[in-house]
Design a protein around this ligand. Structure first.
Ligand code: NAP
Length: 314
């Protein structure tokens, strides 16, 4: 029986951290950069890491723990964890899929609507007295009944498509393979998809394989009435090209929950009035974060008790 079979690593909510601590004897570090400073006895006894965060967790950090068998990620996106390095060391990785689909899809729809209906400027006009001084907001953009392209029709992408279908939108999508859908139109590449639609919503996985998957050509193919929504990862789009297109009117606008270099995002975004920006909060509701925490704990407990993992990645 090891002294501290669990290492809790990352910026956990106090209740989630307390739940993990109550379930298993544990040690805590703020992030991967502090793992080396744990004493030898603790490092030798750690069999599972409950991880939360976007800082890279690579093979070097894993090597501090000779008995490590599991990294349980808090979140469905596990691009911060070097899964190849984990597999090479016999370390399993788990994530928290499905329980967050609704919230992330809700936020994608909210971003699309907020951008089209100019809701940030509308809020300012109503609360600052500008409405009384200057009158109504300039007319904005109809969202219902338009056409949308979903890039990545996975768990979250499909929830977004289902919601936007209820807004009477024509659904188009790109994934690596054609899916069974209620008659949605498939495109083998993102440029052709972008050419065909008004709105492009990115719901891809992150990581090296999808870096700049939405290219400058795809962004420009959307055209001057086009709006991009990204709830996936900042890496999945050519961010410099996105900023160029937003600044020069090559596309109409964007609704973004994810960026490169979070939380220190490119200051060019703040100067734009055709974007709605969110601080990576797609899954950020009380209900969903609790469900994610419970699923992470279930995976940790399964591993420490020698049971099958609930949601393995590798
Ligand atoms: P998923 O079910 O695995 O779907 C991912 C989609 O990405 C699939 O359509 C898949 O295409 C595509 N894809 C995967 N690898 C690819 C590759 N190498 N090249 C091209 N396409 C590829 O994932 P999910 O549960 O929907 O989650 C999607 C992502 O959303 C997560 O990975 C995470 O980064 C992000 N996310 C963001 C938030 C937030 O707070 N904003 C919250 C949760 C998740 P195929 O269908 O062809 O396999």
């Amino acid at each position: 029986m090891s002294r501290t079979p669990l290492l809790i690593a990352g910026a956990f909510d106090a209740a989630d951290k307390a739940r993990l601590e109550a379930a298993h004897p544990s040690a805590y570090v703020a992030g991967p950069e502090d793992m080396a400073s744990l004493d030898n006895e603790t490092r030798a006894s750690v069999r599972a890491i409950a991880y939360k965060g976007h800082k890279p967790l690579g093979g070097e950090a894993m090597d501090h723990f000779p008995n490590l068998g599991l990294i349980a990620n808090f979140g469905v996106g596990y691009d911060a964890i070097d899964v190849n390095a984990a597999s090479a060391r016999g370390v399993k990785v788990t994530n928290t899929p499905d329980v967050l689909n609704d919230d992330v899809a809700d936020l994608a729809v909210a971003l699309l609507l907020a951008q089209c209906r100019n809701m940030i400027a509308g809020d300012a006009r109503a609360r600052t007295g500008q409405w009384a001084r200057e009158g109504e907001l300039p007319l904005n953009r109809k969202a219902s009944g338009s056409s949308v392209g979903i890039v990545g029709l996975g768990r979250i992408g499909r929830e977004i498509a289902d919601r936007l279908a209820a807004f009477k939108m024509d659904i188009h999508y790109h994934a690596r393979s054609e899916k069974q859908t209620p008659g949605w139109t498939y495109y083998a590449d993102v440029v052709s998809l972008a050419q065909a639609v008004d709105f492009l919503v990115i719901a891809l996985v992150g990581g090296p394989a999808t870096e700049k998957y939405v290219t400058r050509d795809a962004i420009e193919a959307l055209g001057p009435r086009g709006v991009i929504v990204n709830i996936s990862r900042g890496t999945t789009i050519d961010e410099a090209a996105l900023l160029d297109a937003l600044e020069t009117g090559k596309i109409a606008g964007a609704g973004l929950d994810v960026f490169l270099n979070e939380p220190n995002i490119d200051p060019r975004f703040a100067a734009l009035d055709n974007v709605v920006l969110q601080p990576h909060q797609g899954s950020g509701t009380v209900e969903t974060r609790r469900a994610m925490a419970l699923l992470q704990l279930e995976n940790v407990t399964a591993h420490l008790e020698g049971q099958p993992l609930i949601t393995p990645v590798n």
